[in-house]
Design a protein around this ligand. Structure first.
Ligand code: SF4
Ligand code: SF4
Length: 405
């Protein structure tokens, strides 16, 4: 491996840009690979569709991401910032803005206009993680033009433009909340860029490391919370020292003594928690039903007698979060001589929620000893062969004295 970290950062950056641009367009079985659809409030994650009200899988996902963040930060410090963060990736993509003052007026104007166009394209890419691309393009260029989407695009594009032009790496060094949290999680064995202590005296004070620094710090003075681990100083010093037949005076080190303590308490515990929460998320997500059903009493229909039967009304609420039609069949478990009218089979379209009213008729004599019967309603999702059992109450009709006579 060459010591030219900027070469590897460029490769990582290229992969991230390709992934970032293409992911919102990729689908698995008709479902987006990775977006949060603001129209349906659904997360689409690697073929799984999680509705915002599916509390458990979302909680498990949140815990997994939190523990992963803890583990990476405790062990590898700000490696996320320097190598993977969209902010630092964008800064490198727009590095042509760094020497803006040096150019002539036409070049300056061209750079600024180009930056604005690039910012709007990046804003569109971000919005595609929240608005499915079919809707996004249709509402911008199709028949159903949406002022809201255009406003969001231009507002976000303008904010990004100002960030790329005026704020740049100052954001990482000052206001980024992740960087503040990271500073608290560091310990003496966390990975960071260090000036190798035993070689300090070899510095020829050329200031190359200071000039290239992303966050404009002098890391020779000691560790600084503004350092984002971009390794530009390592490479800059390697060039200078290389001419003297020496290696860079900077390096990635696990603490000043460079002792790799991956099994230390904070690192090991956060890794175990990350792995456990990941498996819990997968288990919970796979066992999450895409079809949610509820059965509630039909308030407009009071229990009543019809010939030799007692009848109760119910509403079956079916929410189909899947991309395919679903057929739902209902029956009562461990009971015979009953009737379900008008239907006991219901069709639900993809991504829709329907209410179905149905009535259960039981022989009157079943209610002789008890005013309420608890029935087990078996709800079968035919396509997935999934069965849910719901307990429902069947009430004895209140009969008037006249009808008793
Ligand atoms: S000190 Fe080095 S690693 Fe840290 S931000 Fe500056 S150039 Fe990057
Ligand atoms: S680039 Fe290396 S030699 Fe030059 S000032 Fe920085 S540490 Fe010293």
């Amino acid at each position: 491996m060459t010591n030219n970290f900027q070469f590897y950062r460029r490769i990582v950056r290229t992969i991230l840009v390709i992934l970032g641009v293409t992911l919102p367009f990729i689908k698995i079985n008709g479902d987006h690979l990775l977006i949060f659809n603001i129209y349906t409030f659904e997360f689409h994650i690697f073929g799984l569709s999680l509705q915002i009200n599916q509390f458990l899988p979302l909680l498990a996902l949140f815990l997994f991401l939190t523990f992963l963040f803890l583990y990476l930060t405790v062990t590898f410090g700000r490696i996320w910032c320097g190598w993977l963060c969209p902010q630092s990736v964008s800064m490198e993509l727009t590095s042509f803005m760094q020497n803006l003052n040096k150019g002539s007026l036409p070049i300056k104007t061209f750079k600024i206009l180009f930056l604005y166009l690039l910012s709007v394209l990046i804003a569109a890419n971000i919005l595609l993680y929240f608005i499915p691309y079919e809707i996004f393009f249709d509402r911008l260029f199709g028949n159903e033009f949406s002022k809201g989407i255009l406003t969001a695009l231009l507002t976000l594009g303008t904010l990004l433009f100002l960030n790329f032009w005026l704020v740049r790496y100052r954001f990482c060094a000052t206001v980024c909340p992740y960087s503040m949290l990271q500073s608290m999680l560091f310990d003496k064995h966390t990975l960071a860029v260090w000036m190798i202590p035993e070689r300090r005296a070899e510095c020829i004070n050329c200031l190359s490391c200071v000039k290239v620094c992303s966050t404009e710090i002098d890391i020779r003075q000691g560790q600084n919370s503004a350092c984002i681990n971009c390794a530009k100083c390592i490479d800059a010093c390697a060039k200078v020292m290389g001419k003297l037949g020496k290696k860079s005076l900077f390096a990635y080190r696990f603490g000043e003594g460079n002792k790799k303590r991956f099994t230390r308490f904070s690192s090991a515990v956060s890794l175990v928690l990350t792995l456990v929460s990941f498996f819990i998320f997968i288990l919970v997500a796979l066992s999450t039903k895409n079809v949610q059903v509820e059965v509630i009493p039909y308030q407009k229909f009071l229990p009543r007698n019809i010939d030799d039967f007692a009848a109760n009304g119910y509403v079956l609420v079916v929410e189909n979060g899947d991309n395919k039609d679903k057929t739902i069949a209902i029956e009562i478990e461990d009971l015979s001589g009953y009737e379900i009218t008008p239907n006991s089979i219901f069709k639900v379209k993809p991504k829709s929620k329907n209410d179905f009213t149905f009535f259960i008729k039981l022989k009157k004599d079943l209610l002789e000893n008890s005013p309420i019967l608890n029935l087990k309603l078996k709800i079968v999702n035919k396509e997935d062969n999934a069965i849910q059992i719901k307990t429902i109450s069947f009430r004895r009709p209140i009969t008037s004295r006249r009808s008793k006579k």
